[in-house]
Structure formats: C-alpha cells, structure tokens
Design a protein around this ligand. Structure first.
Ligand code: IFM
Length: 497
C-alpha cells in the first residue's frame, strides 16, 4: 500500500500554510521534564484488536481475497481485545500509564441500518465498552474514546458497490456520524471527557480512493478522494457539536465535560530533489492537503473547497461558523517523513507523488518507514500555531525485534521537548500501540505493540522496551544522555509467515 496513503509536505509560504515549516530551527535539549499531570498512554482501535466485527466496510474488505497481506484477519490470530480486557488493563498499569485511547465500533453497536435508525443498539456491545470504561476508572486511567477509526458500517460504506459514492462521500454519512456521536456522548459521557472524533482524516480516503488498498478500493479517483475528505470534515464538526450537546458530565472535575479533537496524521514532506520544481510544488501541495487543510478547517473555519491553497474560490469560506472551533485540543499522530517525487500529472496533488523506497540513508522501521524524530518537532511546532494544546494521540513503530523501540521513543520525547521550547503546549504522549494488532492492509505482521501476545492463549507479554519507557514515565523526565546510551538502531526485520 503506502505508496500514497501516507504520501505527501514541504515548506511553503502562502497565507493558508502555517509557517513553522519554513523555520527548520531546532533547539537542542539535554533532556525534557514532564509535569505530574502529563498524560502517558497507549492506544488501540476496535477493528485492529477485536474479533467478530462483521458489519463494517473493513470486514467486507478483509473477506475479499487478495486485499490483506497473507490473507490475515483480526479474527484469525488477532489480539482479541474484548476477551482480554483485564490483561490489557494490567499491561497499561504495568507500563506506568495514565491514559488509554481506544475506539468503540459503530457497526458493532448498530449492526444494521434498521437498528441505527430505530436507535436500538446492541446491548452487549454497549455493555462491553462500558465495562472497559469502568475498569479504566477503577485503575485511575483516563480514557480517550475514538468514535471513528477508519471503519464505517457497511450500510454506509459498501466496497462491493464502489462504482457509486460510498462512506464519507455520501452527505448522509456525516449527518449519521453526528447522531452516533451524540448517542455515544450520552451513553459514555459519565465515564469519559476525552474524545477523538475522526481518526486520521485524509489517511483512509488516500487508501480508499488513491492507492486503492483500503475500502472502497478505487485507484486514483482524486475527485472522490477530496469529496470524502470534505465529508470527514463535516462529520468531525457534526460529531464535535453532538458531543458538546449530549455529554454534560465533567468526569475529572476540571470544568470541561468534553475535550474533543480529530487525531490528525501529520508528517514532514520533502521534495526528493530540492532543485526540481515539480518535486517542490508537489511536496508543498501534498503537505498542505495532508497536514493543514483539515486543521485550517476545524480550527479557523477556513474552507478551501478546491484545495488550491487559496481562499478565493467560489465555494471557499473564511471563518465559516459551521466549521470553526470544532476542536478543543489538537490530537496529533506522527510516524515519519516523506520524500516526494513528482510523477505524471494529477492537478489536486500538483503531480502524482510517490514516497516509495526513496533513499534517505536513515534507519527504518519494519515497514520501511524512515525514523525521523526531527520531523516530530517540526509538526508539533506547526500544529502549535493554531493556538490549541496538543495531545500526541499516536507515535510508534513496527519493530518485531524490539531493538529499536526504546531509542525511538526516547528520541521522539526529546524532539517533543524541543518543540515545547519552541512554544508547543503538549499535554500528553500516547504510544501506538498497547499490543500488537491488525495493521490494516499489512495484516498481522507488523509488530507495533509495547506488548506482544500469544496467539493461542492471548497472554500479553511486555517487550523489553517497556521497562525503559516506564522508567521515563516514572521519573517524569528523559535525558539526552540516557537516550544516547541506548544501542544504535538495527536493520528492520522482514516479516516471514
Ligand atoms: O495502525 C495504524 C492506526 O490505525 C492509525 N495510525 C497509524 C497506525 C500505524 O500505521
């Protein structure tokens, strides 16, 4: 996959583009300290850890031959999170963490359109998610509940009918998502204050309509991709409004019953050849569409309808009250850098960028993603310019040998410290992932977990890096000397099955 899913950023200077990227300055830090109330967590997503989700676009996708590497499915050898709630709780506690980000599965709660329309949720589904929330409360772990993490109910997104609009392309999906969020706010608001509305807007449409390895599985349908992104933005705003209406219970007594945001997947993007104007233009455009379009919309209400980086088009809007201020913090996911090489001509992207296997000489994860903590500093400073507190809602790596994970975390925490010195108000760091899980089109091979699990018994096993991570959490501090003393990165592990 990945050719375009995470494709796309460079440094540009139009009014719509936050200027952080143009100042590559990096403040060195000898170490970083964290306040007591800093959130330390790890994350999961329902489809990636649960078994028996049979009513979503992703369940149909997994059941379609040839779509998932090795024919993997979360149902066959996945971590079975709902059968191991106590094990996962123990893992969180053992890792010294005080926050857990997990998602509730819309299609498990409302398996059919009739159930959704009549508001007759599956009582067992509601009960199991409530059980997780209650157990987190008893363990003094703050939940962050994600309401849409890539999957959509099959009755809104059916990959077998992909010649017609699906999912976020359909206006009714955003409206229905708002209804779903309102109901979840009412149902779970007494146990949760922190919410993610949409996980990684733009990533799923890139997979679904550009690279084609996510449902609905279309290749290079750029107009449909952009329509889907706009649907996600409307859905995220509807969700934000519905949560604020329905959830009035302030669980932690900080005066706020709801703190909601998207989890924005931010990357750095560089032109493969900085002298090549096509590479530069494409990297600029892709950075804008990936990192900025969504946050411009949900913070400032700036709606760039044609994606041309200007607010002068006939359908563009500045400070649209229907979209403005629809986050309470910025949820930020960061994984890697992207080199953009121009290929062909796709107007929205100013070319057809690719990031595949371009040589950078950097250490890489098992998924061949460059390890680039400098980019974490850049995207945090870039996001800080919107003026909201930031919670890092995901950061991690596929590392089956676990030889790189501790250094990766340490280097990223130091980068976070540098970003703080440059003005980023970062309130938490959530690692992806708590346990190994189903990595979408890549199947079960990539090992993102702080914890592995035994596929036969489900028993969770801490990887060695947990001890290092926990020591930093307990100290509330990481020093550069500690990170420098860790073994250097080793070569990625090829997944063999
Ligand atoms: O596993 C995914 C997750 O679902 C969304 N963010 C990136 C992770 C690693 O690819």
């Amino acid at each position: 996959m990945d050719r375009l899913r995470y494709g796309f950023i460079a440094c540009v200077s139009t009014a719509l583009v936050a200027s952080a990227c143009s100042s590559p300055a990096s403040t060195s830090v000898d170490g970083v300290t964290f306040p007591k109330e800093f959130f330390w967590g790890s994350a999961s997503a329902s489809f990636q850890i649960e078994k028996g989700n049979t009513n979503s676009d992703w369940s149909a996708w997994v059941a379609t031959a040839g779509k998932i590497k090795h024919g993997d499915s979360p149902d066959r050898g996945g971590p079975d999170g709902l059968a191991h709630i106590d094990d996962d709780l123990r893992a969180l506690t053992d890792a010294g963490q005080n926050m857990y980000r997990f998602s509730v599965e819309w299609s498990r709660i409302y398996p059919t359109k009739a159930a959704f329309d009549a508001d007759t949720p599956d009582v067992e589904a509601l009960a199991v998610y409530k059980q997780i929330l209650e157990k987190l409360k008893a363990a003094h772990i703050t939940p962050m509940v994600t309401l849409q993490h890539f999957t959509l109910p099959i009755y809104f997104s059916d990959p077998s009918k992909n010649s017609e609009p699906q999912g976020w392309e359909k206006p009714e999906t955003a409206a229905a998502f708002g209804v779903f969020c309102g109901r979840m706010g009412k149902e779970f608001g007494g146990l949760a204050d922190y919410w993610t509305t949409v996980n990684e807007p733009t990533v799923a449409p890139l997979g679904g309509y550009v690279s084609g390895d996510f449902p609905p599985g279309i290749v290079l349908a750029v107009d449909r991709f952009f329509t889907a992104i706009k649907g996600q933005a409307r859905g995220a705003a509807a969700c934000y409004d519905a949560l604020h209406r329905s959830d009035t219970i302030d669980v932690d007594g900080d005066g706020k019953a709801v703190l909601a945001s998207v989890a924005a997947h931010q990357r750095t993007f560089h032109p493969s050849d900085p002298e090549n104007e096509n590479d530069v233009a494409s990297a600029e455009r892709v950075r804008y569409l990936s990192n900025l379009w969504f946050l411009n919309t949900l913070t400032r209400g700036d709606w760039d309808d044609d994606g041309d980086m200007l607010l002068t088009g006939p359908n563009d809007k500045v400070a649209d009250p229907a979209m403005k201020g629809r986050v309470d913090y910025i949820g930020l996911n960061y994984y890697s850098d992207t080199l953009i090489q121009f290929q062909g001509s796709v107007p929205l992207f100013k070319g057809l960028p690719t990031r595949d296997h371009l040589p950078t000489g950097r250490a890489r994860t098992d998924l061949a993603w460059d390890i680039y903590p400098e980019g974490f500093e850049t995207v945090l400073v870039e996001a800080a310019q919107y003026g909201y507190p930031i919670i890092v809602t995901e950061n991690g790596l596929a590392d089956a040998s676990d030889k790189n994970r501790a250094r990766f975390i340490g280097e990223h925490l130091l980068a976070l410290g540098r970003a703080q010195k440059r003005g980023a108000d970062v309130r938490g760091y959530i690692h992806w992932a708590l346990t190994d899980n189903f990595e979408w089109a890549e199947g079960l091979c990539p090992k993102f977990g702080l914890y592995s699990y035994d596929a036969a018994t489900g028993a969770r096993q801490a990887r060695g890096s947990v001890a290092t991570f926990r020591s930093w959490i307990q100290a509330g501090a990481v020093t550069k000397a500690e990170v420098d003393a860790l073994a250097p990165y080793v070569a990625p592990v090829e997944c063999t099955k």
